[in-house]
Design a protein around this ligand. Structure first.
Ligand code: GRF
Length: 212
């Protein structure tokens, strides 16, 4: 069974969704850069090992990332899933785990990389928004996309209502992406593209590839 380490900085609703999906994999540890991250409590309630590596104890990104890698490697994971891990990772760190490191981002990439995606979408009058799960590469939010879900932006949306609608879809597509990777149905190939051996490509119009 594939082993997963989850990295998070906050509430952990995606961790909860991954756990609730009862995937054929084992979450072996949850690691946070913040000791007050609510996601750590979710992990503990499920008997999952937790580790805190506080970024402000380290002089620079390189030394923080080295400490983080040391903790991750103790668990020999097959997949490292970022779920709201609010640190920019160095290229050395990303290269070390290339093909194993995945992230969920609250926008339809490659649009709206970075932070405050929902506010920027509303500001721009965009009509369709969503979320993406992608392999992580050294350029922020630019790695190959595994799955996306799209939602409408309603005329009276606020950041709260829109983020809530997107989050519901995050909770569907992140477990699906992890499921595919754990079953070796999706991977990052030598050219840095997403490859898959899933023959079927079902999907409702707003989610592509579709849930299976
Ligand atoms: C999610 O919106 C995710 O897309 C972003 O950070 C948030 C994490 O939420 N990267 P949670 O901690 O999983 O509830």
């Amino acid at each position: 069974m594939k082993k997963i380490v989850v990295l998070l900085s906050g509430r952990g609703s995606n961790l909860q969704a991954i756990l609730s999906a009862k995937l054929p994999c084992q979450i072996v540890a949850v690691i946070s850069n913040r000791e007050d991250a609510a996601g750590l409590k979710i992990a503990q309630a499920h008997g999952i090992s937790t580790v805190v590596v506080q970024h402000n104890y380290y002089a620079d990104r390189a030394s923080f990332d080295a400490a983080l890698a040391k903790e991750i490697d103790r668990f020999t994971p097959d997949v490292i899933a970022l779920t709201g891990f609010m640190r920019i990772l160095t290229a050395d760190f990303v290269d070390r785990y290339l093909g194993k490191l995945i992230n969920i981002h609250p926008s339809l990439l490659p649009s709206y990389t970075g932070i405050n995606t929902h506010a920027r979408v509303i500001q721009d009058g965009v009509k369709i928004h969503g979320c993406s799960v992608h392999f992580v590469t050294p350029t922020l939010d630019a790695g190959p996309i595994i799955i996306q879900a799209a939602v409408p932006v309603l005329h009276d949306d606020t950041v709260e209502t829109l983020s809530c609608r997107v989050l519901q879809e995050e909770h569907r597509i992140y477990p699906q992406a992890i499921h595919w990777i754990c079953r070796e149905q999706v991977w990052m190939d030598a050219e840095g593209r997403v490859a898959n051996n899933r023959l079927e490509q079902p999907g409702a119009p707003l989610i592509s590839p579709g849930l299976s």
